[in-house]
Design a protein around this ligand. Structure first.
Ligand code: ZN
Length: 204
């Protein structure tokens, strides 16, 4: 199983980090060891003093595919969840400065927190109109809707499947809306999908 992540997929988030609006999806990977184990807190890694939260809609791939056309992409998933793409922003800034890869900032153990998954047919909403938000200690810090993606899910699947064969169980983190910020020890993170809290955990 692999985790494919999309960077800068919401214009306001790209702007808040002073990144340009991308002309094609920004893609990076996390290994399966990045998954935060269920019922575990997120531990801030020793190598960072500035870990940011990025709430994202996560799409679970349900069949094998490569070179998928956008119009067929919807056949490759039927469940979504929410996740946090934890990012060591201080480490990432150094990598970017030196033109180095991002993995030490993005792919460390526990850096991919993922909720349980929900059938889109049960949510009764199209993938292009999903509301989600993140509360920290009871305050909403990030709020998004998938309609504001620069590259919608079906286009992301078409794009990434040109490079990587998609397999059943692969996860796609589809990018974060504006409002990213630092997490602190003892923070409580609560993730809401369509107004319902579906996942929560603490930072240690
Ligand atoms: Zn992200």
């Amino acid at each position: 199983m692999k985790i494919i992540c999309i960077g800068r997929n919401y214009a306001k988030h790209a702007e808040e980090l002073n990144n340009p609006i991308p002309q094609e999806p920004v893609v990076f990977l996390k290994p399966d060891t990045a998954i935060l184990l269920k019922k575990h807190p997120f531990f801030i890694p020793e190598h960072s003093n500035e870990v940011h939260h990025e709430i994202e809609v996560v799409v679970k791939i349900n069949r094998l595919g490569k070179h998928i056309e956008p119009r067929f992409a919807h056949k490759y998933y039927d469940e979504i969840g929410l996740g946090i793409d934890f990012t060591a922003r201080d480490v990432q800034a150094k990598c970017k400065e030196k033109g180095l890869p991002w993995e030490k900032a993005k792919a460390f153990d526990g850096s991919a927190a993922v909720s349980r998954f929900f059938k889109l047919s049960d949510l009764n909403k199209p993938i292009t109109d999903i509301d989600f938000h993140l509360d920290i200690n009871g305050n909403t810090v990030q709020k998004g809707n998938t309609r504001n993606m620069l590259f919608p899910v079906d286009e992301l699947i078409a794009h990434v499947s040109k490079y990587f064969t998609l397999k059943t169980g692969d996860l796609i983190f589809t990018g974060t809306p504006a409002g990213v910020g630092k997490v602190e020890r003892e923070d409580l993170l609560e993730l809401y999908l369509e107004g319902e809290r579906i996942f929560y955990f603490n930072v240690k």
